[in-house]
Ligand binder design. Sequence first.
Ligand code: ADP
Ligand code: ADP
Length: 232
Amino acid sequence: RVAARAVGLTKAYGQGEARVVALDDVSVELEAGRFTAIMGPSGSGKSTLMHCFAALDSPTDGQVFLGEDELGRLGDKRLTELRRDRIGFVFQSFNLVPTLTAQENILLPLAIAGRKPNQEWFDHVIDTVGLRTRLSHRPNELSGGQQQRVACARALAGRPEVIFADEPTGNLDSTSSDEILQFLRHSVDELGQTIVMVTHDPLAAGYTDRIVFLADGRVVDEMLEPTSDLVL
Ligand code: ADP
Ligand code: ADP
């Protein structure tokens, strides 16, 4: 099953002399229940690709599908619902609310959406992330790795169709980084989650099932079943 796909996706910013083609005719399929890495030099279009998939940015040309839905055919209201209910995000900078506990942070998007958490799923996520004893702590009482695990649990809480993670280990030391990557790997293997991660780190990419390489806004290479001794 394909969780999301781009077909002939082109994104240009600006006009005339200032026109920059960030994505140039990109077609890529993201298989459900797999962990995909997106790699490439700075400016190669990684963030733009994630933003187009997540309905945070609209293509200049081509189509983006989430499941069977073509994003370009959905109105603003449906796009807002889609971002809220069907997609999860993890950022480099955690983006937790400092005044809320870990548990409140994790459940915040569901609360905003007026959705009830599924207790069984919540327990499953918390145990997978290993946050059981940290639920009543506030972000400043947690290590960077624990804060990022809270952010991952928050992205998972609503059981989204796809999680987009933009350099989730970019601000972490190697031990915390390993923790997060193992957690993401577990959520793919044990919870069946679909995850797409932008990373610069070959070690991080070694945890995934597939690497898509971008350069100058195009898909230039692909690697299946990368190993942890990956050398780029
Ligand atoms: P990456 O994430 O791989 O670093 P980006 O997707 O951020 O690449 O950027 C791809 C190209 O598009 C770069 O040349 C960048 O400067 C340009 N770009 C990205 N966003 C914008 C924007 N909002 N306006 C103008 N140019 C942009
Ligand atoms: P990243 O660390 O993901 O490569 P960037 O610094 O490329 O981040 O871009 C951060 C944000 O700024 C992006 O969301 C993009 O939309 C915007 N951006 C990037 N390049 C430009 C640009 N040349 N002009 C305007 N906005 C840009």
